[in-house]
Design a protein around this ligand. Structure first.
Ligand SMILES: [Zn+2]
Length: 448
């Protein structure tokens, strides 16, 4: 097909299915998934028997709610009891072609995951929806700033770009400086990394005297791995630094791929791949569904995962679902407004007020003079909690510090029921920089 006649959709039929047909397709896939889980995974049969639910009872999508949740804790316990992979795998180990691990956040035991051949072709296919949907085409040269280890990260996106026919540049463990040089030399037209690293690489380029807007040819930056990709101020910062459009995607290791992506309309949210997933949004306490426009916990059912049936998996991700009509692109998959809004587990209680790192980042990034930041929680005299935002400002912005300090403190308090934040200036280069998932919050309250 010539450039002019390319569809804007990777899968024109499924991405625009009328809602009623989409629901029929989901029901059919759900029935097959539950029957297969029952038959092939001892873990699933056990929890379904315990809940008194049988595959032939799934007659409508509402019956999904009869099925018990899967949790990360149960998955870890299952792997401890039946090492190495638990008894929820449906195929023998000999059929696997790849091994990966979750990133093991907050000191938890990482999950060990196996994938088969079919899993991998599906993993790549999901990324194709997202990359194509944001405008990547076969003539693109796509640069991956990713270390290609046992963390799944952009592995699937790499294969998706090969599948679409792009020229793929895997940068492995190169230094940031060498990556900057290669992006310029090779004329990369798309760049993929975490939002944190997209900013860091931009800052490094500036320090090297390279202006990415002028010296590089990147038109699209696709980010993943952190909620920041849908924070408007962070996105704007990346777009201005690169002179490119920035699109968000989100996935998880347990699925092996992405389940949401931002289309080229940039509607302020991410479309759900509803022909391959059911994304429920539930009240995290009661487990009851919440209506459109209400924040809740996403619970995912994945139709494409072969080795491990993922049915009603509780993610602890906070999202807000809105109807597909909020975007003009014609896709019938609903949207998560603002992408992933953070994790319920990341919530910190400070003097009675809830603080989410993503919400703090959204405010900090409204201040273009700020280059890097860190949130530190301490407990003064053993009783009173203090929250401090440490800030590094850009070269030449130090003179404006009193103004930045006052405004940032005011903005943070206004968004947190008047909670007082301490604002502290850090020396240039003092705060840690990150490549994969940024850890900008330090909770020292048990230590101080
Ligand atoms: Zn759209």
């Amino acid at each position: 097909m010539s450039r002019n006649t390319w569809s804007r959709y990777w899968n024109p039929k499924h991405e625009t299915l009328p809602k009623e047909e989409l629901r029929r397709l989901q029901l059919l896939k759900l029935q097959r998934l539950v029957a297969r889980a029952w038959q092939e995974s001892p873990y699933h049969r056990r929890i379904y028997e315990r809940a008194g639910v049988y595959p032939d009872q799934i007659r409508s999508l509402d019956d999904l709610r009869r099925l018990p949740f899967m949790t990360r804790e149960e998955w870890m316990a299952c792997q401890a009891e039946h090492p190495l992979f638990g008894d929820m795998t449906t195929r023998p180990r000999e059929e696997a072609i790849r091994y990966h691990l979750t990133s093991g956040t907050s000191g938890r035991q990482p999950l060990r995951v196996l994938d088969g051949r079919k899993d991998w072709s599906w993993i790549a296919e999901m990324w194709c929806y997202g990359f194509w949907g944001f405008g990547i085409r076969p003539h693109d040269t796509v640069y991956f700033a990713f270390s290609y280890g046992s963390f799944i990260g952009f592995w699937g996106a790499h294969y998706a770009c090969e599948k679409m026919g792009c020229l793929v540049l895997p940068s492995g463990n190169m230094t940031t400086e060498n990556r900057v040089r290669q992006i310029v030399e090779m004329g990369a037209t798309a760049f993929c990394a975490t939002p944190t690293y997209a900013l860091r690489l931009g800052q490094t380029a500036q320090a090297m005297g390279i202006d990415l807007r002028r010296d590089a040819r990147v038109q699209r930056v696709i980010v993943s791995g952190e909620p920041a990709g849908s924070i408007p101020a962070t996105k704007k910062m990346i777009e201005e630094m690169w002179g490119a459009k920035c699109g968000d995607t989100a996935g998880m290791t347990e699925i092996g791929t992405i389940m949401i992506f931002e289309c080229d309309e940039q509607p302020g949210g991410t479309h759900i791949l509803e022909d391959h997933f059911i994304e429920e949004v539930l009240d995290p306490e009661s487990g009851e569904p919440v209506p459109y426009g209400t924040k809740g916990e996403r619970v995912v059912t994945s139709f494409g995962r072969g080795f491990i049936p993922l049915v009603r998996y509780r993610t602890r991700d906070m999202v807000e679902k809105v109807p597909h009509t909020e975007c003009r692109c014609g896709r019938t998959g609903d949207l998560f407004r603002g992408g992933i809004l953070g994790r319920f587990d990341d919530m910190k209680l400070v003097r009675g007020t809830n603080v989410y790192p993503r919400a703090v980042e959204a405010i900090v990034r409204e201040h273009p003079e700020i280059e890097e930041f860190q949130i530190v929680l301490t407990r003064e005299a053993g009783v009173r909690d203090e929250i401090t935002v440490r800030v590094e400002v850009k070269e030449g912005a130090q003179a404006q510090w009193p103004r930045i300090e006052a405004r940032l403190g005011k903005d943070l308090a206004a968004a947190h029921e008047g909670l007082r934040f301490n604002i502290a200036l850090a020396a240039r280069g003092e705060l840690p920089r990150f490549e994969l998932k940024a850890k900008r919050l330090q909770d020292l309250r048990d230590k101080s």
